[in-house]
Design a protein around this ligand. Sequence first.
Ligand SMILES: Cc1cc2nc3c(=O)[nH]c(=O)nc-3n(C[C@H](O)[C@H](O)[C@H](O)COP(=O)(O)OP(=O)(O)OC[C@H]3O[C@@H](n4cnc5c(N)ncnc54)[C@H](O)[C@@H]3O)c2cc1C
Length: 403
Amino acid sequence: MLDLFRSRRKWRSRPALRRSYDVVIVGGGAHGLSAAHYLTKRGIKNVAVLEKSYIGSGAAGRNTTILRSNYKTPEGARFYDASIKLYEGLSADLGWNVMFSQNGHLTLSHSDRATFVMQERAEVNRQLGIDSRVIWPEEIQRLAPAMRVSDDSTWPIQAALYHPPGGIIRHDAVVWGYASAADAGGAEIHPYTEVTGIERSNGGVSRVKTNRGDIETRIVISATAGWSTTIADMVGVPLPITTHILQAFVTEPLKPFLDVVIVSSQMHVYISQTDRGEVLVGAEIEPWTTYRQQGTLNFLQESCRHMLELFPQLEHARMLRSWAGLCDISPDYSPILGLTEIEGFLVSTGWGTYGFKAAPIVGSTLAELIDTGRTPDLIAPFRLERFYEDRLVSELAAAAVSH
Ligand SMILES: Cc1cc2nc3c(=O)[nH]c(=O)nc-3n(C[C@H](O)[C@H](O)[C@H](O)COP(=O)(O)OP(=O)(O)OC[C@H]3O[C@@H](n4cnc5c(N)ncnc54)[C@H](O)[C@@H]3O)c2cc1C
């Protein structure tokens, strides 16, 4: 029985904390675990991932798993596209089926202005070789036959930005796949290990304090998304981040009727059908700041109303469960990634409602930065300094839709 249990384990049980590590990663979500995996691939193995709860307990385990790269800025589109490419090869890389379904992604437009912005986005995307184009109601109806595309609705559909490589993945598979591969590569994963302080000496980080004892290290990566300001405060790095909740719900499993992901920023709703048949519905962040991951009835009411506008046939579908997670919003809706003014303190934050799709490229570029000492070109536009230099990368038009 014990042997059977052992063979089912996908990573080692929590080891004792060592006195020192080359790299300490705070946060056992997709970003922290991905960074650990790519560090071990580069031969940097003395790595610890410290997670205050169970791995994947943050936004990584609560997100709606929409992956896409049809962003508006060239910096953003190029960056997310590199991540999608890594996702496409991830099952083979990790030896773990992450169940990536690339069935296409439709962002609906209900006004001339929105259609115009989509045309701009499609143009930027095409110049970077990203498959993305504006389509009209006839083709929309062909791609989503169950959706109401008629003129007599409250929000008639004028056009859509169609992004064929977009789709959904299994968040648990991504988290467990990265954890398993990082562990096999030699990194240590420490759930239920909370970082309570970070000490500095000679201008750089020197010690991480936890509820299980202190660790010496010269490099700390904070991959704590909604909690990132609490960790950055420990080293005295102010981050322009506010934390909000984002909610989602699923219906009971239904026969497959929807392949593509449907998004409407004007209606503040997005809808997909999971491989289990559940209809997954999300909306916009709540406007207040909080660390309480608690849902609201208002969200359920509004998102059901918008879901029924598009899919009236779901009127009698029963809701199975709903939940909320934390989102770290930056002023320009782009991430903050890489070095900070404190030597050895690196951040991955500003992921808002759209960071799950970035997990592979975040991990691989941070590992490259640590290994080579140079910031990769792909993430150079997302340095924290941009807020001091007034070089914002505004993704408002393509990222304000929550995913
Ligand atoms: C409802 C919802 C839907 C979303 N939908 C999408 C989507 O469709 N597509 C998309 O790309 N993105 C989506 N996102 C955003 C995405 O989930 C996040 O941007 C991404 O998962 C962030 O990953 P992470 O690993 O950085 O953070 P997290 O998964 O949040 O991990 C951070 C971890 O840090 C730990 N931590 C915090 N403080 C400490 C401490 N002091 N010591 C130790 N550990 C600590 C936390 O416990 C947590 O596990 C959604 C988010 C939500 C909430």
